[in-house]
Design a protein around this ligand. Structure first.
Ligand SMILES: [Zn+2]
Length: 340
């Protein structure tokens, strides 16, 4: 099969890779319908995160089950399924509490690389969620978004306690931040403010339900949120970047008693204890338990109540994955979908 491998920063290649096979009785092998490039793939692509040797890439996937191991009960060959970046048993105490990304048996959900024609998924019964029947082709991008970016934005909005009567601010106008806007809207937030200085991203945020756009960032951005909220700050802030600046902007934009949902993968963030102590702000986040939300998200997508697939503004064949990475790195694309 063909699959994407990162050899060194900036060096992405699509090459012949071994076809995945069932290795454990709890595995499934799926043929991908589509895959995509994640904002977090850009960290190793930019050399900010080290890799040891050539690494198969990609962890967002939807597709049709081709084969299952002898102990798999909940999914069958021929079903269209959505999975996510960690495999989980969905039965341990941590999973049952809705924290499947911290499952006691967790493993990479796409160990053989999700930017490929086929994929082996461990713990298939706990990890994969079948769609009701074969979805129409135009729903595939939205179902793919559910696999990571939508699930992550949704978790951020839930962690930030977005809901009726609340003002939600979103730090980060990448795909996760934009889908955090969509999630906040679905959860009933009254006012949704996106921090963004990119016209195309502002436009999509407004389409997804944002009510206000703030172009300032850092402490100036915080001052604008205070202006918009009677000097108090937002009730709920979604942090979808993962840098020191974005994290401090999120905490400082939140009112006392409010909630920050942080899902940007943290890179060298160090929080000042004294400021945190006196802020009175709740912090919750980390790798999103996408699996918790998949049944609900699949239902919202298949009944066409949400259209998160709009975050894909570049579609390329898998063979052109390198250009897909480049376009996102240079911020020419919000998110690249790769057709398989
Ligand atoms: Zn578990």
């Amino acid at each position: 099969m063909r699959g994407t491998v990162l050899y060194a920063p900036g060096d992405v290649r699509v090459e012949d890779r071994p076809d995945p096979t069932i290795e454990q009785p709890t595995d499934a092998v799926i043929r991908l319908a589509a895959t995509c490039v994640c904002g977090s793939d850009l960290w190793p692509y930019r050399g900010i995160e080290a890799i040891d040797g050539p690494s198969p890439m990609g962890h967002e996937y939807v597709g049709v089950v081709e084969e299952v191991g002898s102990e798999v009960r909940n999914v069958q060959p021929g079903q269209f399924v959505v999975g996510s970046f960690f495999a989980s048993d969905n039965t341990c105490e941590i999973c049952r509490a809705g924290y499947q990304t911290h499952c006691v048996n967790r493993q990479p959900g796409a160990a053989t690389g999700g930017q490929a024609e086929r994929l082996r998924v461990p713990l298939a019964d706990g990890t994969l969620v079948p769609t009701p029947g074969m979805p129409d082709a135009d729903l595939v991008p939205s179902l793919l978004a559910a696999s990571d970016v939508l699930g992550t934005g949704w978790f951020a909005a839930v962690a930030a306690e977005a809901g009726p009567g609340r003002t939600v601010a979103v730090v980060g106008d990448g795909a996760v931040g934009l889908l955090g806007v969509l999630a906040a809207k679905q959860l009933g937030a009254e006012r949704i403010v996106i921090f963004s200085r990119h016209e195309s991203r502002q436009k999509l945020a407004l389409e997804f339900g944002a009510t206000d756009v703030v172009v300032e960032r850092g402490d100036e951005g915080v001052a604008r949120i205070k202006d918009l909220t009677g000097g108090l700050g937002a009730h709920s802030v979604i942090e979808a970047v993962g840098t020191q600046e974005s994290m401090m902007q999120a905490i400082r934009a939140t009112r006392a008693g409010g909630h920050v949902g942080y899902v940007g993968v943290s890179h060298d963030v160090a929080l000042p204890g004294e400021e945190l102590f006196f802020s009175g702000v709740h912090l919750h986040g980390g790798p999103a338990p996408v699996r918790r939300f998949l049944p609900e998200l699949i239902d919202l997508i298949c009944s066409r109540r949400i259209d998160p697939g709009k975050v894909f503004d570049l579609t390329l064949p898998l063979e052109q994955a390198a250009e897909g990475y480049r376009a996102m790195d240079e911020r020419r694309a919000i998110k690249t979908l790769l057709t398989v």
